[in-house]
Design a protein around this ligand. Structure first.
Ligand SMILES: Cc1cc2nc3c(=O)[nH]c(=O)nc-3n(C[C@H](O)[C@H](O)[C@H](O)COP(=O)(O)OP(=O)(O)OC[C@H]3O[C@@H](n4cnc5c(N)ncnc54)[C@H](O)[C@@H]3O)c2cc1C
Length: 267
């Protein structure tokens, strides 16, 4: 059986797989807005997320985005992250309010955003990160997607990893069906966890350390001020945060990132 029932995963809970408290947890909110730029060819990301007046309030570890949808509207949202669920609760951020403040004080220029009430209010959800629930396979149950906490701590994305988990789980299950003994079937199903950990475990460990760093406002400030304007730092950051590095070969940036994911302990 596959538990793919999202962040709350009652299925996983019902078989005793509790959420880990030492993994990063994020929250993201979004809403839809009308704008003349609804069919822009690019999405926009805003890596400075202030909770008030830019430069005079708190710089949060997160980012805001605008996705043009081409139907007269854009998806506007923001997300922020903490190194543990406890730290996230302690931060006590009201995300709907944060979004309103962000749009009011840091409104991305040139979009003329007008809230589209027919598409609903500002809504959000938790982002479970860095394999915050496991084991990924045991006793006939595989966890996939948000139920296993597969959102990337680097960027808050979980769709691609959920799809990847679905594909790897399907392969393991279909192969297990052809095994002759219970032991062989178990061993084959267990390859799901091994493959997912081999592929993402090191990357998620780096992500966990990254979140621990950026949740300190003073470190965030230094990164934004001195890091972002430098091309080489931007290239490294972009590849690392977007998971767009080449795991084999590529340029020196790819090789450094791939090497790091291999030498750190798996999440
Ligand atoms: C505001 C916001 C923006 C985001 N933006 C991005 C983004 O741009 N890119 C990205 O990659 N990720 C993004 N994410 C994260 C992404 O949405 C999730 O990581 C992803 O949807 C996880 O997929 P999933 O299938 O594991 O879980 P879900 O998408 O939550 O799907 C679980 C499904 O299981 C169903 N379900 C639950 N219980 C049961 C049950 N008992 N029986 C039957 N069905 C059940 C639910 O109804 C749901 O349809 C965003 C998240 C938020 C909150």
């Amino acid at each position: 059986m596959v538990a793919a029932d999202g962040v709350s995963s009652r299925f996983a809970l019902s078989v005793g797989r509790e959420r880990r408290d030492d993994r990063p947890m994020g929250t993201a909110v979004r809403a839809y807005y009308r704008t003349p730029r609804h069919d822009d060819p690019f999405m926009e990301s805003h890596l400075e997320l202030w909770d008030g007046e830019p430069g005079r309030s708190n710089l949060l570890p997160g980012y805001g985005w605008i996705f043009p949808l081409g139907d007269g509207t854009v998806n506007v949202g923001l997300g922020s992250v903490s190194s543990t669920p406890a730290r996230q609760s302690a931060a006590g951020i009201d995300y709907r309010r944060l979004m309103e403040t962000w749009l009011e004080k840091s409104a991305p220029e040139g979009w003329d955003l007008v809230h589209e009430p027919e598409r609903g209010p500002i809504r959000g959800a938790a982002l479970p990160m860095g394999y915050n629930r496991g084991p990924l396979y045991a006793d006939g149950v595989l966890l996939a997607g948000d139920s296993a906490g597969m959102v990337s701590p680097f960027n808050g994305e979980g769709i691609a990893y959920g799809l990847q988990a679905g594909r790897v789980a399907a392969e393991a299950i279909s192969q297990a069906r052809h095994r002759a003994s219970d032991e062989a079937r178990e061993a084959t199903l267990a390859t799901y966890a091994d493959r997912m950990r081999a592929d993402l475990g090191g990357y998620y460990t780096l992500g966990r350390w990254f979140v621990r760093l950026i949740e300190h406002p003073e470190i965030m400030r230094v990164c934004v001020r001195y890091g972002l304007p430098r091309k080489v730092v931007m290239q490294f950051t972009l590849k690392l945060l977007s998971d767009c590095y080449e795991p084999h070969g590529g340029d020196w940036v790819d090789r450094v990132i791939a090497g790091l994911t291999r030498v750190v302990p798996s999440a």
